[in-house]
Design a protein around this ligand. Sequence first.
Ligand SMILES: NC(=O)c1ccc[n+]([C@@H]2O[C@H](COP(=O)([O-])OP(=O)(O)OC[C@H]3O[C@@H](n4cnc5c(N)ncnc54)[C@H](OP(=O)(O)O)[C@@H]3O)[C@@H](O)[C@H]2O)c1
Length: 234
Amino acid sequence: MALPTVVCGRNGRMANLLAGAVRDTTDLALAGRLCLRDPAAPPADGVFTSLAALPAAPAVVVDFTHRAGTVRLLRAAEDTPCALVVGTSGLTGTDQALLRRVARRRPVLQAANFSAVMALLRRFVGELAQTLDDRWDAAVVDVHHARKVDAPSATASALARAWGATRAAPPISSLRFGDAVSEHRLLAGGAGEQIELAHRVNERSAFVPGVLAAVRFAGRAAPGLYSLEDALCG
Ligand SMILES: NC(=O)c1ccc[n+]([C@@H]2O[C@H](COP(=O)([O-])OP(=O)(O)OC[C@H]3O[C@@H](n4cnc5c(N)ncnc54)[C@H](OP(=O)(O)O)[C@@H]3O)[C@@H](O)[C@H]2O)c1
């Protein structure tokens, strides 16, 4: 049976893309859209304003919205059994504590970047940092569209952590302009040579395969907090 999947957001770019991808995927079924922006909005066909309003508890809820919506979803998930796949950025420390609390009772997969290639890049950066000699240091550059609310991006912080796991954490420079989806660079310099690793997302569709893998994984996982790597390797 196809896995009943709910996508948060009614008009968002990721929300629309993911709802379409779920609808087009035979082992997943779009059980509705969850509009958490305005809980008082009149419900429309296939659109619900709360988890409790859904005719049946969904297996998985996918959330790429805004921290206000994510917090509302996390609170609702304390009472309604479902797995969560969370990609929303800009969560505060308090929000993350709530997410960890929910993950004690529900499967929750959270990733700063659902590109499978970025997951590979992070692993490679960790191996580089472990292998290069002490003369090498690094910096991370984080480029996003002007509307992005948080800086540095969680992806930039994750790249910096991958390098910094075995040596000094690199500084991060964030640039916000134009409408580019995202670009992350790790620049590293040693004695007379440099490395530059760049990952650029031109279209949000780059995140879709990772999100669908996360939905399938979360739908069968035990309660706990998971990363994209768990879904890609599990
Ligand atoms: N982790 C990743 O790999 C990844 C990749 C891409 C994007 N993201 C993140 O995903 C999020 C959405 O990105 P996007 O490009 O789709 O943005 P977007 O097109 O601006 O859409 C924003 C979404 O947030 C919802 N929203 C806005 N304010 C809200 C509120 N106060 N309460 C509840 N919901 C609210 C909107 O709901 P309505 O549709 O109902 O208006 C809409 O669905 C951002 O946080 C972005 O950084 C993460």
